[in-house]
Design a protein around this ligand. Structure first.
Ligand SMILES: NC(=O)c1ccc[n+]([C@@H]2O[C@H](COP(=O)([O-])OP(=O)(O)OC[C@H]3O[C@@H](n4cnc5c(N)ncnc54)[C@H](O)[C@@H]3O)[C@@H](O)[C@H]2O)c1
Length: 344
């Protein structure tokens, strides 16, 4: 297989996950990591190879990578996507695509004008169970789509790690919003959401959890319960390290002729030892034989395959924009205390 080079922009948690996947693929090579915190870029290249940079223009000019993986904070994707587009690198940018529609439009424009591929990292599209739900819905197995309900609640540690940088709607709910739109890609006419205040609100002024209802023009609904309010003990396990925890996750889809039901609490496997009950992540980025597997790997493989074969990715910039339109409407519904009419 042809070799492909990649550089990582944003060398934090998710940049590290994706860099590791790339490093472990035999045909991919990490040529650089960049971060405004230079020490983080240094840490990443020490593990996965390449050179560290504190400036993106320098990195792109020096390394000319085939692809750039962008894992900067949610509101900081635009500059990196435009810079990489202008240098002709193909791009995988993390979810949420952006935090404003203006940023999303600017990134789509830049990738189109420069003829580069732009994929948004909606990882659940690369998780087998979610993909099977989507396949069944679009195959018509459950008849006409009536409603989908998703729950995604993480341990509170995630909120403490991000220190109020974004709300759980922008950080977490956008995953399941993208799923709803993937299953039922019709026009959404309105969004109504309520935010709930707890320990995270007291410390950082961002909501602990939220309920979001999006109504399609055909009357069907997507309902999402999201949050980062599970107690620390939910995923506080240390051993073995590959038993890292995740959260409380479900998806139920109802149609006129059937139902589909996913329950990831637990994700098939659970255990009990001296540390207590354990519900490890077996789906997103578990490790096996010292390699990272699961949806993160399938996502990166898909990205590289699309670049090498000149194919359109499963999640385009336009898909990413659709999801953030609902995400932003949910944020606005809470802050403005009203239903957001998207038809206006
Ligand atoms: N797909 C998933 O399941 C998943 C999981 C976690 C995070 N994410 C997403 O990944 C992105 C990164 O999140 P994270 O949790 O890794 O954050 P993080 O804070 O761990 O890492 C972000 C890194 O970007 C650096 N940075 C900030 N501004 C920068 C800039 N302008 N240029 C270069 N570097 C910059 C920071 O110094 C930090 O090292 C976000 O969009 C987030 O929502 C996705």
């Amino acid at each position: 297989m042809e070799e492909i080079s990649f550089a990582v922009v944003g060398s934090g948690f998710m940049g590290g996950v994706l860099a590791r996947v790339g490093y472990e693929l035999p045909y991919a090579r990490c040529v650089a990591a960049m971060d405004v915190d230079f020490g983080r870029a240094e840490n990443l290249v020490e593990l996965f190879g390449g050179r560290a940079y504190g400036n993106i223009e320098d990195m792109l000019n020096q390394e000319n990578p085939d692809t750039v993986i962008i894992a900067t904070p949610e509101s900081e994707h635009r500059e990196a996507v435009i810079a990489a587009s202008q240098k002709g690198s193909h791009i995988l940018v993390e979810k949420p695509f952006a935090t404003t529609l203006e940023d999303a439009d600017a990134m789509i424009r830049a990738s189109d004008e420069n003829g580069v591929m732009l994929m948004v990292g909606h990882i659940l599209r690369f998780e087998v169970n979610y993909a099977m739900i989507q396949a069944a819905v679009v195959d018509g197995r459950i008849g006409r789509f009536l409603s989908a309900y998703a729950r995604r609640i993480t341990p509170i540690n995630e909120a403490f790690r991000l220190e109020g940088r974004v709300s759980p709607i922008t950080y977490i709910a956008v995953h399941d919003i993208d799923q709803f739109l993937w299953y039922h890609p019709e026009v959404v006419k309105s969004v109504y959401a309520r935010g709930i205040k707890g320990r995270v609100w007291e410390q950082f002024g961002t909501y602990d959890c939220a309920w979001i209802t999006m109504e399609y023009e055909d009357g069907s609904l997507g309902i999402h319960e999201v949050g980062w309010c599970l107690p620390e003990q939910w995923a506080g396990w240390q051993r073995p390290p590959s038993w890292g925890g995740f959260g409380d996750v479900q998806m139920n889809v109802i149609g006129t002729e059937g139902v589909l039901n996913l329950n990831f609490t637990p994700m098939g496997l659970y255990g009990l030892d001296q540390e207590g009950w354990k519900l490890p992540d077996t789906r997103h980025w578990p490790t096996m034989n010292d390699k990272l597997v699961g949806a993160a790997k399938l996502e990166m493989e898909h990205f590289f395959e699309c670049v090498l074969e000149g194919k359109e990715p499963l999640v385009t910039g336009v898909d990413g924009r659709r999801s953030i339109e609902i995400m932003i409407a949910a944020e606005n519904s809470i802050s403005q205390d009203r239903v957001i009419d998207l038809t206006l």
